[in-house]
Design a binder for this molecule. Structure first.
Ligand code: GLU
Length: 423
């Protein structure tokens, strides 16, 4: 194994977490393991400087990235993150998780991810547009409908995808809707895309709950992160009759023993920008979130949230990873010992990229499906994926994460092996 000169080696970095997850699957891969080093090396990593003219006329520079981790199975696919903590190493890990996710779901894509180290909340709408357009121009050479297709992630949305699509299209001289997914529906976007990630968390979660004998309608749920993923997941569990007893975001941790009124909380968040001042709940200390009584935990915020210490304290039976990389490897060991089942990110949150795939296919054929058709296909693919991984975990006597990696790595490394090296 050769270490990369440009990684810090920080034990708790997202990239270290990914590498540790890969190490665990290697003994299960047989001869394909000979090709495993390919998983430890991102194929391509682009760092770009984005000079931005601010509204006051001054110029500030931002650092942006696009990493294509692996393209063995198809074009790169993965979101773009705008967040103040974005680093090259984080984007590398996020791109690698996309490689595993697309292969685990058998979508015909490799893995990629992009990002800009910026707090988008500090920019005006015009500044955000100029930032997005310059970033898109800078990464324009490596993206494209057949090369690498960006999408929304933390801090980005359909409007940002519209600007990306327009910028890339202007530069090539033709409208190319298939260059990004997660666009507005009237610009070649897909019905169902906005709610797809949360829906996938819910669908895989219900399947896993049934396998564990948990009655979702009687269950208590805690959700960390109340953005696009967390809020939709909470809404679907609430609609199913579950009690969402705790919700945490960057501003507060809310608790209600009888279950929060999720539609009211969502409306409050949309009106006020955060859940901090929501009146119909108790505010509790942030760390208390991890020690409350609930059956199902949905981490749907950022990486590295479930540490070994928190894993020791959890009282839940099932964890559904709405975020990418929320559980550290030593926490995975604790959860396994304690019999707490984790539906890993590469399965649980794959609903978003699955409907991105539908969007890309619809853009190519210029023929659009109904929302009912999208949701039916999505549910079928998500249920198939969790069932396959559940059976694999039973056959290998391992965790769902390692089983998902086994399914995915067999696909990725078979493709790598059969393509061979060129030149
Ligand atoms: N950002 C999402 C993810 O982490 C979606 C990526 C996509 O649709 O390409 O899976």
């Amino acid at each position: 194994m050769s270490a990369l000169s440009y990684v810090t080696g920080d034990r708790h970095s997202a990239w270290s977490t990914y590498l540790a997850q890969v190490e665990r699957v290697l003994p299960l891969l047989g001869d394909l393991g000979d090709w495993a080093d390919t998983l430890r090396h991102p194929k391509r990593a682009l760092i770009v400087d984005i000079p931005l003219e601010m509204d006051d006329g001054s110029v500030r520079h931002f650092e942006g990235y696009r990493v294509q981790h692996n393209l063995s199975r198809g074009p790169g696919k993965g979101g773009v993150r705008f967040h103040p903590n974005v680093t090259l190493e984080e984007v590398m890990a996020l791109s690698a998780w996309m490689t595993i996710k697309c292969a685990a779901l058998n979508l015909p894509f490799g893995g990629a991810k992009g990002g800009i180290r910026v707090d988008p909340a500090t920019l005006s709408q015009k500044e955000l547009e100029r930032l997005t357009r310059r970033y898109t121009s800078e990464i324009g050479l490596v993206i494209g409908p057949q090369q690498d297709i960006p999408a929304p992630d933390v801090g980005t949305n359909a409007q940002i995808m519209a600007w990306m699509m327009d910028t890339w299209s202007m530069n090539v001289g033709a409208t190319a809707t298939g260059v990004v997914t997660g666009k507005p529906v009237h610009l070649g976007g897909s019905l169902g895309r906005v709610k797809a990630t949360g829906r996938g968390v819910f669908v895989t979660g219900c399947r896993a709950a049934a396998m564990l004998g948990i009655d979702v309608t009687q269950s208590r749920v805690a959700v960390q992160g109340f953005g696009n993923v967390g809020s939709v997941t909470a809404e679907l569990f609430h609609a199913q009759g579950a009690k969402v007893v705790a919700v945490q975001d960057h501003s507060a941790t809310l608790y209600h023993a009888e279950g929060l009124d999720i539609p009211a909380l969502t409306a409050w968040q949309q009106a006020h920008g955060s859940i901090a001042e929501y009146p119909d709940a108790d505010r509790i200390a942030d760390e208390h979130f991890w020690t409350l009584e609930y059956e199902i935990l949905v981490p749907a915020a950022l990486e590295g949230q479930i540490t070994a210490a928190r894993a020791e304290q959890l009282a839940c039976q099932l964890i559904l990873e709405g975020a990418n990389g929320p559980t550290l490897p030593d926490a995975d060991d604790v959860l396994q010992q304690r019999g707490i089942v984790v539906v890993p990110d590469v399965i649980a949150n794959a609903g978003g990229v699955t409907v991105s795939y539908f969007e890309w296919v619809q853009d190519f054929s210029s023929f659009f499906w109904s929302e009912e058709e999208i949701n039916q296909r999505l549910d079928g693919i998500m249920q198939g994926a969790i069932d396959t991984v559940w059976q694999k975990a039973a056959a290998l006597d391992t965790t769902l994460r390692t089983a998902a990696y086994a399914v995915a790595c067999e696909r990725i490394l078979s493709a790598r092996k059969d393509r061979g090296l060129y030149p």
